[in-house]
Ligand binder design. Structure first.
Ligand SMILES: [Zn+2]
Length: 61
């Protein structure tokens, strides 16, 4: 797709990124301020769906 207008004109210039499960754009929320870099799913539903995959529950470095 040749998209020259990638900017959709958000109200504010809040950061956003796609959900890893459903691909929906997640717009920055205040509740995510502390862990925005760690947010990967738009909702608990997507997070639960993702957790279905056989993967290590949590790998602490
Ligand atoms: Zn999602």
């Amino acid at each position: 797709m040749a998209g020259t207008n990638g900017f959709k004109g958000n109200k504010a210039s809040l950061p956003s990124k796609p959900c890893l499960v459903c691909g929906r754009d997640m717009v920055w929320r205040k509740s995510w301020a502390k862990n925005w870099a760690d947010v990967k799913y738009c909702s608990d539903a997507c997070r639960a769906r993702k957790s279905v995959t056989p993967e290590a529950p949590r790998a602490a470095p």
